[in-house]
Each structure stands twice: as structure tokens, then as C-alpha cells.
Design a protein around this ligand. Structure first.
Ligand code: NDP
Length: 518
């Protein structure tokens, strides 16, 4: 199916954004389950990207001038539009990314909730406020506010083609920026749909959200287009390239990168619930989840029960693209080779493959990977060290929760993780010491559904935050202002006409106020 009829169902002339910059090169996006063409899109070159960013720059000024209330009203109209067309968008996500329709609904629901939160909290987080001046400027008033950056370039991946970019787009817009969004070349139709929906829902600020399509070269052009910031979500390898390109123009970057998240299952954990969460965290979305669980460290006390429960639950999974399927095909065909390489490497190193495997014969079909559970995987194997990004799970027996934490933290990544424990106190302590940006206790991925909680990683998982107040501030620069309320009777300290004894007087005051501290 071509993109045009799909777009017509969103809004009249909605294909405008992709057409008006048409370049000679185009590319197809296809359904990973069937190979059917979902849409044909232009590869926007450097000139087309620059033209789009220029238009966004003009829109950014008008958008900023709308103020918090004007923007909230329009962001609410956008979320209402998305909510009313949830199934239509979910169907497109299903066709272009491959995930089950129900999972697409979950993803879109999260995005809508974040839109609501960002719109509703921007004034409180970013609006002008007075701050205390302190001793040295007691005769002044001081003001702080967070101003938008202008145009934010959002570069997104294909695995959560709605939730992930909207995590940046919603917060950037609420903070007063316009956005130019470059979706992955595997999910351009979803990106174009989101922009078309914006134009339909917010016609008086239609250029505040625009989409450019293409491959990595289009993303690189966006990095060089003089935007106020690049919000990048993708792999660490591409993130490094994006940083290098942005360094040419000192364009700031937000890096939301990959992960190798672990779950710790402690002695007193609810083993059935932990297994259920681990299987969902590892296998849903065919394991193509940045915050997916790829490793489990279970203590000796629960290990056997946990493995038995995971094995039983995994056997019920059925990859496919029909309504009953539990997860879909791999969206990006080349990822299948990465997953098989990791599983093969583990097997060669002596791991026990209890379900699935690297053999293509164990695959439920072309483009699918069977749910694969690996035991006794050496800690230096690819399946433990590198992001696998497939429906795989390693389970390792450990002495206790401390050893589990040590192994969890022994990775260059640090995105998120999960802890199952019967003790809230112990779990909170472990969570604080887990080297990651986010941790869920007795569940998986929950932090992503709490809009007030910042989302982002450490180490090779990136830096900067989306979501929450930190996510709003990420798309602003602070502006500090002071105003003199009255002149100091003894003269101004920052003046060549200050009295000769002013510095001595100041030294005496500082001695009284600070000198008593030892
Ligand atoms: P990639 O890093 O391959 O691509 C991400 C985006 O960058 C795509 O839009 C891609 O375009 C674009 N791109 C590629 N090359 C360049 C370049 N030189 N300059 C600018 N942009 C470029 O990631 P994937 O799309 O494969 O996504 C999967 C990765 O994303 C995983 O590592 C996953 O963990 C991570 N991720 C992280 C999340 C987080 O919040 N931390 C959330 C979701 C995913 P194109 O596709 O057209 O090549």
C-alpha cells in the first residue's frame, strides 16, 4: 500500500511535507512480515533539510510567542487527535515495524500520556521565577527562566517509532521549540503520519513539527543544519558519529543510546512474577527494546525455580504477524545476523541453549527469531557484553544479590534494569547502587510510564534526559537576570569610584558570616 491513501485518512493534503521537498532519490519502507511496500519516501538531501529547518526557524518564533498556555492548548489538541485515531496509527506501526497491534496501542498510549504531562508541567518547570540573591547582591532582585533553543532536530530509531521520538518531540515543543524529525529509514511512514497528524490538529502552527525522510545522510544533514540541539535516539555506534558531526558546528546533543539491561532476582523474590516480567522484558517487541531485559542474575536460592518458570512461559510464546501472535518479526533484517552471532558465540563457549537457538531451522519463519534462553553463558561472551537486541535472555546463577549487582554493573552500558525482591528496603538500596539511569523494582520498564521520571542512561547508554522536568529543561537554556532595586548607601562594589575601605569592610563581613565554619 502506498503512503498517500494512508495519509489521506489522516488529513487533506497531508502528504505535503514529504512531497514539497521532493528530491530525485526515493526509498521504500516495507512490512517486515510480508515484504509489502508500506510507502515510498524522498531522501531529503542537504538543501531540502536546510529548507525545512529554515521554515521551522520561522515557526519556532511564533510557537515560542504562544506562551505556555497557547502551547498547552495546541499540544492537548494533538494528543486528542492521536487518541481518536489510536487504532489507525497502531495499524500503521504494526505494518511498518511488525509489532502486534496491541503492543502498538501500548506504545502510543505512553506517548499520549507524555504529551499531556509535558504540556501541563512546562510552565511550572520552566517559567520565570524569582530566586534569592544572597549576601553579595542583597540590593538586587534575581530572575531565572528557561528559554527555548529554537529548532530541535530529533533523530529517531525504528523499534518504538512513536514512543521514542515523541519522548523528545513532546518535551521540546512544550518547552517552546519547533521540531524537525528524521525517523529511521525503516519507519518513515509512522514519522510522516505523526507530522501529518500535527498539521491536521494544529493548523495554525503547522510548521512547528516537520519531518524529513531518508537514510543516515539525511540525519547527518540535520546535524549540520544549525539547529539548537540534536536529540538522538539510536545505537551507541551511530551516536558517536552524530556527536562528531555535531561537533563541527558545536551543536549540543542529547544521546539516548542502547543498553544491556539486567534483572536481579533475589532469594525472597516472587519467582513467578519475576519470570513473567523477565520474559516480557526480553521477548516483547521481538526483544528490540532499548530498556529490554537481556540478562538475568538469579540467586542460588531461586535459580532452579526461576529457570523452570521462564522455560514454561517461553514455550507459550508464538512469534507471528496475526492477531494471536505474541511478538512480531525482526524489523531490521540485518539484526537477525547479530542475534544469531551472539547466540552462536555463547553456544560455542559452552552455554546451554534451552529454547530457540542460532540455527535458522529453529526460526519460526523468515525474519523471525525464536525466543531463546541461554544458561551458563560466560561473562565475556557477546551475549553478555554487547547489546543483542533480539528475543534472547541469558540466566546466570549467582551467590547472592551483591554478586548479582556486581555483574549487573560490569558493563559499558547503563540504561536501566530491574530488581525482584521481597524487601523494599534492600531493593531500594540495590536500585540506588545499580549503575543505570532507571530501575524498576518488582516490575520491568515501569519508569518509562511515569512521565515525571527522567529517562536516560549512563556510560555507553548516553547522556541527557527526556521525560519529567529534566526532560523539559533539556530543550532549553537557562536565562539569568538581575535588577538593582536600590543603590548601596556605601557605594557600589563593582565601581572604580567605590570607597577605599569598601573591600576591607567586605572582608570583615565575610569573616563574620563564613569564618566561624570549621
Ligand atoms: P541507529 O543508530 O542505527 O539509527 C538511529 C537513527 O540515526 C536512525 O534514524 C538512523 O537513520 C540515523 N542515522 C544513521 N546514521 C546516521 C548519521 N551518520 N548521522 C545522523 N543520523 C544517522 O539505531 P536503530 O534505528 O537501529 O535503533 C536501535 C538502537 O536504538 C538500539 O541500540 C537501541 O537500544 C537504541 N534505542 C535507544 C533508546 C533510548 O531511549 N535510550 C530507545 C530506543 C532505541 P537510518 O535508520 O535511516 O539509517
Amino acid at each position: 500500500m502506498s503512503i498517500a491513501p494512508q495519509m489521506d485518512t489522516v488529513t487533506d493534503g497531508a502528504a505535503g511535507t514529504v512531497d514539497r521537498h521532493a528530491t530525485t532519490r526515493t526509498f521504500e519502507s516495507t512490512d517486515p512480515a510480508t515484504g509489502a511496500v508500506v510507502g515510498i519516501f524522498p531522501v531529503h538531501d542537504t538543501d531540502a533539510v536546510a529548507e525545512t529547518v529554515n521554515r521551522a526557524r520561522a515557526a519556532a518564533q511564533q510557537w515560542a510567542e504562544l506562551g505556555f498556555d497557547g502551547r498547552r492548548q495546541r499540544l492537548n489538541a494533538y494528543r486528542g487527535y492521536l487518541a481518536r485515531r489510536l487504532h489507525e496509527l497502531a495499524d500503521l506501526v504494526h505494518r511498518e515495524n511488525g509489532k502486534p497491534h496491541a503492543d502498538a496501542i501500548l506504545e502510543i498510549t505512553l506517548a499520549i500520556d507524555h504529551l499531556a504531562w509535558a504540556a501541563g508541567h512546562a510552565r511550572k518547570a520552566l517559567g520565570p521565577r524569582r530566586v534569592k540573591t544572597g549576601l553579595l547582591a542583597a540590593n538586587h532582585a534575581a530572575y531565572l527562566e528557561y528559554q527555548p533553543l529554537g529548532v530541535v532536530g530529533v533523530i529517531g530509531p525504528w523499534n518504538y517509532p512513536v514512543f521514542t521520538p515523541v519522548g523528545s518531540i513532546a518535551y521540546a515543543l512544550a518547552a517552546g521549540n519547533a521540531v524537525v524529525f528524521k525517523p529511521s529509514e525503516y519507519t518513515p511512514a509512522v514519522g510522516a503520519w505523526l507530522a501529518a497528524a500535527w498539521r491536521a490538529a494544529v493548523p495554525d502552527a503547522e510548521d512547528a513539527v516537520q519531518v524529513v525522510t531518508g537514510d543516515g545522510s539525511t540525519g547527518a544533514a540535520l546535524c549540520r543544519a544549525g539547529v539548537g540541539k540534536i536529540a538522538f535516539t539510536g545505537s551507541a555506534a551511530t551516536g558517536k558519529k552524530v556527536m562528531a558531526t555535531c561537533a563541527e558546528t558545536l551543536t549540543p546533543v542529547l544521546m539516548e543510546l542502547g543498553g544491556k539491561d539486567a534483572m536481579i532476582v533475589d532469594d525472597d523474590a516472587d519467582v513467578v512474577a519475576a519470570a513473567d516480567a523477565a520474559v516480557w522484558g526480553a521477548m516483547s517487541n521481538a526483544g528490540q527494546t532499548c530498556i529490554g531485559i537481556e540478562r538475568v542474575y538469579a540467586t542460588s536460592a531461586v535459580y532452579d525455580r526461576f529457570v523452570a518458570e521462564v522455560t514454561a512461559q517461553v514455550r507459550k510464546l508464538r512469534p507471528g504477524s496475526d492477531d494471536e501472535a505474541t511478538y512480531g518479526p525482526m524489523t531490521m533484517p540485518s539484526q537477525i545476523d547479530v542475534v544469531r552471532r551472539h547466540v552462536q558465540d555463547a553456544a560455542t563457549a559452552g552455554a546451554q541453549v534451552i529454547t530457540g537457538g542460532s540455527d535458522p531451522d529453529s526460526s519460526p519463519g523468515e525474519n523471525y527469531v525464536a525466543p531463546t534462553v541461554l544458561l551458563d553463558v560466560p561473562e565475556d561472551s557477546l551475549a553478555v557484553r554487547e547489546e543483542t537486541f533480539g528475543p534472547t535472555l541469558t540466566i546466570t546463577r549467582v551467590r547472592d544479590a551483591e554478586e548479582a549487582l556486581e555483574r549487573t554493573n560490569a558493563t559499558s552500558y547503563g540504561l536501566a534494569g530491574s530488581i525482584f525482591s521481597g524487601s523494599s528496603k534492600k531493593a531500594l538500596d540495590l536500585a540506588r547502587r545499580m549503575r543505570s539511569g532507571m530501575t524498576s523494582i518488582n516490575s520491568v520498564l515501569t519508569f518509562a510510564s511515569v512521565p515525571a521520571l527522567p529517562f536516560g542512561g549512563v556510560g555507553e547508554s548516553g547522556f541527557g534526559r527526556i521525560h519529567g522536568e529534566d526532560g523539559l529543561k533539556e530543550f532549553t537554556r537557562s536565562k539569568s537576570i538581575t535588577r538593582q532595586r536600590f543603590a548601596l548607601p556605601g557605594g557600589n562594589l563593582t565601581s572604580f569610584s567605590r570607597p577605599a575601605n569598601a573591600a576591607d569592610g567586605l572582608a570583615r563581613v565575610i569573616g563574620i558570616v563564613h569564618g566561624r565554619h570549621r
